[in-house]
Design a protein around this ligand. Structure first.
Ligand SMILES: NC(=O)c1ccc[n+]([C@@H]2O[C@H](COP(=O)([O-])OP(=O)(O)OC[C@H]3O[C@@H](n4cnc5c(N)ncnc54)[C@H](OP(=O)(O)O)[C@@H]3O)[C@@H](O)[C@H]2O)c1
Length: 367
């Protein structure tokens, strides 16, 4: 499938009114990262009438091949995986980039800044990018300014969007007062690609884990941006944060599909974090988040307890974290294109909506 540039001729981004073409002739998306998540996203985008006009990859084994083939889809996508995002954005002028590359601001800053400079909206599922205003305020401010300058929106999303941010924000909006919020969430590292396995330290020794835990360059936990987003949406001011880390050790040999290896007993199959956030207004927010290779019988866990007036608890048993990362990312596409320029988070966007029609039909006309 190639873009029909004669149907909707594109002017350079800086001279093109924002959203032009999206509502009329379909949304044109680029996949950034050709791994486990964008394999699912590509299928969903196609089902929702979004044209995939390019793909950005990194490793020599992927670059130069058809993106559909690399992603293991049933059909080629008709676009080659390229390494040069600048050249791709200049030539295909996409409406939005679907970013599924890495988890943290240090790795994603350039990816998102490149999108902004080329006038391309972007939605990322990088865990820190969900709500980077707490962990990396300066760089987030820079990205927001760049996005405004070029008239585009950069947005964080992912599984967290409804289940860990907006569901919780709604729950807090339903009580009179709360003293403590406690979340518990788990995911199977082996459902995802190698990037997640590396983040969760699969196959490392407990000694390596202890050294990494103590190092000043250890990235923030996946849970801290979630709690920061919830605090922001509840109008609470963070005054302090702590995190405890617990390694999860293999007791017998266990296969790591994503790393194509067997983790021997005594080595890590993941770890659990417990983040606690204190606020100036009083409530304490806490989240235990476990990412490890599941043993037989384990399923995803997602539950929240609010202690307050009154107490309330929601449990989402067996929620499909893997697919619901991608469904939420795709359903957010119109919200991101419709949003005002800048860096937005799920705490800023409207509630997620069911999207039965082609996604371009949800794009709002702009003067
Ligand atoms: N928020 C959520 O709900 C959620 C859920 C799932 C995953 N995630 C995050 O999403 C990210 C992707 O997950 P995944 O399972 O799809 O990982 P994956 O299968 O390892 O895929 C990541 C892909 O991105 C590529 N890549 C990395 N940096 C790049 C760069 N700068 N430019 C171009 N390509 C780059 C990798 O290239 P190579 O092939 O060369 O390595 C790989 O193809 C991870 O960071 C993960 O933690 C978030």
């Amino acid at each position: 499938m190639t873009a029909d540039l004669t149907r909707h001729p594109r002017r350079p981004a800086e001279t093109r009114p924002r959203h032009e073409g999206a509502g009329v002739g379909g949304i044109r998306a680029v996949l950034v990262g050709v791994g486990a998540m964008n394999a699912i996203v590509a299928r969903l985008l196609t089902e929702k009438g979004v044209e995939i006009v390019g793909a950005v990859g990194r490793s020599p084994e992927k670059v130069g091949r058809d993106a559909g083939t690399v992603l293991g889809l049933t059909h080629p996508l008709g676009v080659e995986v390229v390494a040069d995002a600048d050249a791709l954005y200049d030539s295909v002028r996409p409406d939005i980039a679907m970013v599924a590359t890495s988890s943290f601001m240090v790795d994603q800053y350039d990816v998102l800044a490149t999108c902004a400079r080329h006038g391309v909206n972007a939605i990322t599922i990088g865990e820190e990018l969900l709500f980077p205003w707490h962990t990396y305020p300066e760089r987030t401010g820079e990205l927001a300014a760049l996005a405004r300058e070029h008239g585009v929106t950069l947005a964080g999303s992912g599984f967290q969007d409804f289940f860990l941010v907006n569901q919780v924000a709604g729950l807090l909006g339903a009580v009179n007062r709360f003293d403590r919020l406690v979340g518990r969430e788990s995911f199977n590292v082996d459902d995802y690609g190698a990037e997640v396995a590396r983040d969760q330290r699969i196959g490392t020794t407990p000694e390596d884990f202890a050294a990494w835990q103590a190092s000043s360059t250890r990235p923030p936990s996946f849970a801290l941006p979630i709690l920061a987003a919830v605090a922001s949406s509840a109008g609470l001011t963070i005054t302090g944060t702590t995190v405890e880390l617990r390694p999860d050790i293999a007791t017998g040999p266990i296969e790591s599909r994503s790393l194509e290896t067997v983790v021997e007993p005594g080595l890590l199959i993941g770890f659990t974090t417990v983040d606690t956030v204190t606020t100036g207004e009083g409530p304490i927010l806490q989240m235990e988040l476990s990412g490890h290779i599941y043993r037989p019988g384990e399923t995803d866990r997602c539950e929240w307890t609010v202690q307050g007036d009154p107490n309330v608890r929601v449990v989402n048993p067996d929620v499909d974290t893997l697919r619901m990362t991608c469904t939420q990312m795709v359903n957010r596409v119109p919200d991101v294109i419709n949003a005002d320029p800048g860096f937005v988070t799920p705490a800023d966007l409207p509630p997620l909506h069911y999207r039965p029609r082609p996604l371009n039909e949800y794009i709002l006309a702009r003067a």
